[in-house]
Design a protein around this ligand. Structure first.
Ligand code: ATP
Length: 256
């Protein structure tokens, strides 16, 4: 099987704050990996490291065998809509077209017919065509989140990295987003999703990674109470609230 993302001995410090320690993680092509972990556990730092936005203090990350900073175009990033500046005066289609820009596009890049066609096609797939000329400040959270996914999709990346794409979106958009991710995964795309939404683990993931500074578990999407307790460092009844029962294995299992 082909390796999509290979993370070796990754340690990240922000000044003297240790965010990630000695992470070794291989993501296979075609995986649907869900990353869970407590607040401040380093999930966003891991995503930013894969994107090359955060430099490892120690370690190396490769995307399809190429060091991350040189692997342009194979990764599509979907940020959380709430971290996106909605006051910026730009329309839906303009945001989506931005996904066609590459590292080589200049400041005054002119989009070609194919860019427009691709953007229109993706907007239709995401049920956003009617909103294409709307300013992004006038969208609901769920709509803006779908626009950000559309922006990643127009670049046709092989890997999608999503940082909590369903936080604070309405339940209809949430289901739509997860079903879309499932479809993209079935089309052969590799999905790496950070979420606090533990329902996803049971329904959509092919594998999970539990992150709290260290990588505590990487494997089948079935969590034991031991893994959760070790990772969160608090009684499992508190953290299992809302976790579907079948996610929790009934017996202990080895992990490493
Ligand atoms: N730019 C930064 N400068 C200094 N420290 C940072 C910076 N970004 C993150 N940190 C720290 O690094 C650690 C990991 O943060 P990170 O945002 O990666 O965690 P997270 O798992 O994504 O958290 P959350 O679930 O709350 O979004 C935290 O202790 C955080 O305070």
């Amino acid at each position: 099987m082909e390796t999509a993302i290979d993370i070796r001995d990754l340690t990240v410090f922000y000044d003297d704050v240790l965010a990630l320690e000695q992470i070794n993680l291989t993501v296979q092509k075609g995986d649907f990996l869900t990353i869970i972990g407590p607040n401040g556990g380093g999930k966003s730092t891991l995503i930013k490291s894969i994107l090359g936005l955060v430099s490892p203090t120690v370690g190396l990350i490769k995307i399809f065998g190429i060091p991350t900073r040189k692997s342009h175009g194979s990764v599509g990033y979907v940020p959380q809509f709430s971290k996106f500046d909605r006051k910026f005066p730009i329309s839906v289609i303009e945001v989506v077209l931005m996904g066609r820009l590459t590292a080589r596009s200049g400041f005054f890049h002119k989009y070609v017919k194919e860019d427009w066609e691709k953007a229109e096609e993706i907007l239709a797939r995401l049920h956003l065509s009617d909103l294409k000329d709307r300013q992004i400040g006038q969208l609901s959270g769920g709509q803006l989140q779908r626009v950000l996914i559309a922006r990643a999709m127009v670049g046709n990346p092989a890997i999608y990295l999503l940082d909590e794409p369903t936080a604070s979106v309405d339940s209809e958009s949430k289901t739509f987003i997860y079903e879309l991710l499932r479809q993209l995964n079935e089309e052969g795309k590799t999905i790496v999703l950070v979420t606090h939404d533990t329902n996803v683990v049971a329904h959509y993931s092919r594998s999970i990674a539990c992150l709290n500074q260290k990588l505590h578990y990487h494997g089948d999407p079935e969590l034991t109470t031991e893994i959760l307790e070790e990772m969160y460092g608090c009684p499992v009844e508190m953290i299992a609230h809302g976790v579907p029962h079948r996610v929790l294995a009934t017996h202990g299992r080895e992990f490493g």
